[in-house]
Every structure is written in C-alpha cells, then in structure tokens.
Design a protein around this ligand. Sequence first.
Ligand SMILES: C[S@@+](CC[C@H](N)C(=O)[O-])C[C@H]1O[C@@H](n2cnc3c(N)ncnc32)[C@H](O)[C@@H]1O
Length: 417
Amino acid sequence: MTLTPNRLSADRLSADRLSADGLATDGLATDGLTSEADVEAFVVQRYGAGAQAVEAALCCPVDYDPRFLAVIPQEVLDRDYGCGDPSTHLREGETVLDLGSGGGKIAFIAAQVVGATGRVIGVDMTDEMLGLARAAAPEVASAIGFDNVEFRKGKIQDMRLDVAASEAFLAEHPVSDFAGLTAYEAFGQQQRAERPLIADASVDAVVSNCVLNLVAHEQKTSLFAEIFRVLRRGGRAVISDIVSDVEVPPQLRADAELWSGCISGAYQEEAFLQAFTDAGFYGVTLDKRDGAPWQVVEGIEFRSVTVVAYKGKQGPCMDHGQAVVLKGPFSSVVDDDDHVYKRGVPTAVCTKTFDILSKAPYAGMFELLEPAEPVDPSTAPVFDCAPPTAAATPVPGGSARRQVAGLVSASGTAGCC
Ligand SMILES: C[S@@+](CC[C@H](N)C(=O)[O-])C[C@H]1O[C@@H](n2cnc3c(N)ncnc32)[C@H](O)[C@@H]1O
C-alpha cells in the first residue's frame, strides 16, 4: 500500500525557494540557518505545524505492509513524513527505539511486529508530534490487544537528556542568573547519569525513518555515537533516510526550508555509510536504494536508502583455532577492518570475527571451520592482528584448522576491535 505521495516536484524545488504550499511554513522565519539552534528551532516549528495540518511536501511515498496499517488512526497515516520502512527488519520480542517517531506510524507498525513480548519507544523533540502519537496509542493498543509503545521527549543526538524532566525543572527554577544556570547544569548532569532518557545498551534495534538528515551537521557525530551507545551488543540499527549523490553545498545547507524538508541536511551517500563504520558498527549494508531520485535540486540527486548496521565487534581478538572459507562469487572480499578473504582459501580468524561471519549479514557466505580439538577459551592465545605482510604467512600446525594447506590469516591493518 502506498501512502500519500508526499512528493514535491523537482521543478518546484529547483525554482526559487520551497514554500511548501504555504502550509506548514506560514509564519516561519526563512532566514539562513547559521547555528545548531536555528536548525532545531526551524525543524520543531515545521514539524509542529506538520503534526497539525498535513504537509504534502514532506518526504517521499513508501509502500508499507497494509496489514500493519489497519489499526493505525487515519490522522497518523495522513501525517506520514517517512521515506522508507525500517520495520521490515524487526523480530518478535525485541525492544525497539524509533528515532524521530513523529506521529508514531513506524512505532505502531513495530509494536505489531515485536508483539506483546516486545516493546517500542519513540523519541521525538516536537510536542505536537508527541501529542499526535500519544493520542493514537490507546486506539492502537486496544486494536492489537496489548500496550507496548511509549513516546518520550528528547533529542536524538543527546538521548541521555530527558527533555520533559528538564522542562519541569526549568518551570520550577527559571534561570535568570548565573546561580540558576549552575543549578540547572547540575540537575542535567545528575539526571543524565542517574536517569537517562535512554539507557546504555538497552535496545535490540534502533530504527528511524527520514530523521537523521534533520540533525545539525555539527551534531551528526554525536547522533551516531548515541545510536551506538543505546544498542546492546549484537543489536542493529536500521535507518531509512535521504542521501545525496554529491556533497550538499553551503548555500543549500543554509536554506532552512530545504533543510526541514529533508533535503539539504542529507549526507552524501558514501559518507552516510562511512558514518556507521566510524561509529563502530560492522556489516554496514545498503539494504534498499531507490534508483530514481526523490528530488533533484540544483542538479543534485536526493534519494531514499535504508541501511542496516550491526554492533558487536569491539573487544579482544582471541585465537580459538577457527578459520573460514569465502564461498564466492567474488574472487576476494575485504571487510571494514581490512581483513581479506579469498574465495576458496581457508583463512584464520579470531573467534570474534568467526562469530560475526557466522551470522547476519554474512550468514551463508563463508564455510566455517572449527578445530578438531576445541580450544579452551580460558587458555586461548591472543589472535595475531598483525599487518597484512604477516597475514599471507601460513599458520603452522597444531589443530585441524592449522593442518589445512595454504591457510592464511585474515589479519587486517587495524585489527577488529
Ligand atoms: C520527517 S519527520 C519523520 C517522522 C516519522 N519518522 C515518520 O516516518 O513519519 C521527522 C520527525 O523527526 C523529529 N525530529 C527531527 N529532528 C529531531 C531531533 N534532533 N531529535 C528528536 N526528534 C527530531 C521531528 O520532530 C519529526 O517528528
């Protein structure tokens, strides 16, 4: 089922400035964005308005599974400002965090996928969007027979901060002098440490639909670090977003309406994938990439992609005598840690890499070779993550793995931790 074609013609976008049908942007300042605060204020204004009146210009059409839409109130479906469907990657029983949950559509779909044993937390910073989602939640709960969704107010680049708690503090202790500011800062520090909005390693999956591009550029590194922080080891991020084919130039970056319209805050596509790697994820996969651009602005293509990335490669590299064989069809592949695997060549790996290669997204790509005699983990040696010069050296005998002719080490330049 295709939801509302929230599409603005490329012609209209290319012409002068985007006025978004005079709908959500009425009365908004349209000066250039010069600071992170500008970005945030403009995004809040635009999506506050977009929660009240449907804005056809925001984000692109998506085919959601109609089975999951049936229980979602129409006013939420009408305010679909997404560009993909990360919920297709969720599983029963999982705890899911939806970044920039808006009217709650993805959270409500996720609630049905994870079922009564799972739970879903939506985070958004716009009161009107939170109001829309919270008002719809009881209707969804009664239709599906369980209540497993909640919506929290927060900034996705700073998910230790409970914004509602901070607002309550400020209402009681308005800041008018330096002492007041110090008290507010102390409250914030304590609250972050003792009652974070989203705790470390507390969710199985982080999903997001067309939101990361809206975060100020200076805060995007913190945003990725936060996604990584809240995921448990073994968890994954599934992010649908808009990316550009080339880097967005400064004059477009400064355009408040193009920014809040999910365009000029977009990552260049390759840089988007790199941001996951830089944050510590492995197995970064371009799961879906729209061939046709959603918009073309000043010759730059903006399209929707869905990326899946996994957490769990950090930690020591131990040698349990294991090896893998790349099945093909590529003659060789290199992973994010510069491990090289040649088709048909038994390749020694540390136990952490062995474990990672045995499951998604690599499952089925490698033959997994265990040693004839299991290695006692308590006495296992450290795996040699030496540079590639040593990697081509066959490892001498001792285990079944080591008796495989031509065995090489997959050691990379930087190890895998
Ligand atoms: C394009 S809409 C997408 C809404 C929803 N994911 C959907 O699929 O319809 C962006 C949403 O992200 C929220 N948002 C934008 N930047 C945010 C930030 N830094 N922190 C929290 N929420 C943010 C906005 O308030 C808005 O509700």
